[in-house]
Design a protein around this ligand. Structure first.
Ligand code: R1P
Ligand code: MN
Ligand code: MN
Length: 389
């Protein structure tokens, strides 16, 4: 009997291009495979032991002769390769219409409303890489007090500000104002607070980032779990991605390892339902920064914590290790990449060595969880419970 499912999202750890990746500008992308190739291998003994290398046509990791978990991969059906789309699909939604993006910056009517309501003029208003843009405009921002507003290939309105220039409370309030403006016709998927500290030449972003999402477009497996009397615990930015919907308890994290620590703390306590963790460093610190070595080391760091996670699982626990999109650090540009995601499933009462094959949608994860917890299924997804129990 499984009473609790933990979903561990390794943010951006894709495992190869999808049949439709080219439409997203992505050819030959493979986050895990290309990292391993460029670094001359990657050492992930514990993920390999779970079955990572046994996934059909995966590259860059060794096969295990006797994996202790079951394994598969999934296509993304939604039209997007962003975090919101990926997580919402994992939770049982299908996003047909891609979220609106602003490759030329935000139009005048948005910016003027924002400036009027916040009482501050803005800098930038272009797509940019977050670390580069604070290097370039941070000094001017400190001198003028004007926040740096930028976007990316994703549907995001990001506000970067020095914590000593615009206090966090004010920055968060500015984000709430932007969130109100960016609805309806001008709906963006996320407004993001990007606070930083330091001096010109050595600025660093702080963990006080906050994401202001939209409400999910339909009921997710998280909502259904709560309706079914279960508890849903969100670790990391999950609470932001779902705008608090379908979540009973949440905790933000400072880093991947803090995310692992907090997940283990919750695993050790008694609860029934879902623990949903996002480990964002892979994406934010290494994928977007095209830092191949850093990405490899972060993967190895997570791998070294896997035994501890497995030891914390109770008999009625099930663990799913997966991802939300790719972010191949060897690829051109600084954006996400459209890729298959891995699915590793483990539990003391879950079958080992089963190949779940290639799933058509990330929503199969939601369907399987609903089936296992015996709650109403979300609209999309096909359960693979019968293969693993
Ligand atoms: O370059 P930074 O600020 O990290 O931006 C990245 O983070 C945003 C949200 O995940 C994405 O849109 C991506 O471009
Ligand atoms: Mn992501
Ligand atoms: Mn990202």
């Amino acid at each position: 009997m499984i009473n609790r499912v933990t979903i561990l999202v390794m943010d951006s750890v894709g495992i190869g291009e999808l049949p439709d990746s080219e439409k997203f500008g992505d050819v030959g992308v493979n986050t895990l495979g290309n990292i391993s190739k460029e670094m001359g291998g990657i050492n992930l003994p514990n993920l390999v032991n779970l079955g990572l290398g046994n996934i059909d046509k995966i590259e860059g990791v060794k096969k295990s002769l006797k994996p202790i978990g079951s394994f598969g991969k999934s296509k993304e059906t939604s039209n997007g390769k962003d975090t919101t789309t990926g997580h919402w699909e994992i939770a049982g939604l299908y996003i047909e219409e891609p979220f609106k993006t602003y490759p030329n910056g935000f139009p005048e009517h948005i910016i003027s409303k924002f400036e009027e309501r916040t009482g501050r003029k803005i800098l930038c208003n272009k797509p940019a890489s977050g670390t580069e843009i604070i290097e370039r405009l941070g000094k001017e921002h400190m001198e003028t007090g004007n926040p740096i507003v930028y976007t990316s290939a994703d549907s995001v309105f990001q506000i970067a500000a020095h914590e000593d220039v615009i206090p966090l409370d004010e920055l968060y309030e500015m984000c709430r104002i932007a969130r109100e403006i960016l609805m309806g016709e001008d709906q963006v998927a996320r407004v993001i607070a990007r606070p930083f500290i330091g001096s010109p030449g050595s600025f660093t972003r702080t963990p006080n980032r906050r994401d202001y999402s939209l409400d999910p477009f339909g009921k997710t497996v998280l909502d259904k779990a709560i309706e079914g009397g279960y508890e849903v615990i969100a670790v990391g930015k999950i609470v932001d991605i779902f705008n608090g919907k379908g979540i009973s308890k949440d905790v933000h994290t400072k880093s991947n390892m803090d995310g692992v620590d907090k997940t283990i703390e919750f695993l050790k306590k008694d609860s029934k339902g879902i623990i949903f963790t996002n480990l964002v460093d892979f994406d934010a610190k290494f994928g977007h920064r095209r830092n191949v070595k850093g990405y490899k080391e972060a993967l190895e760091e997570l791998d070294s914590r896997i035994p501890e996670i497995l030891e914390s699982l109770k008999d009625d626990d099930m663990l799913i290790v997966t991802a939300d999109h790719g972010n191949d650090p060897t690829y051109k540009g600084t954006d996400h990449t459209r890729e298959y995601i891995p699915i590793l499933v483990y539990g003391k009462n879950i079958k080992a060595g089963v190949n779940l094959g290639t799933r058509e949608t990330f929503a199969d994860i939601a369907a399987t969880i609903s089936d296992i917890l015996n709650i109403e299924k979300p609209q999309y997804g096909k359960s693979f419970k019968d293969l693993i129990i």
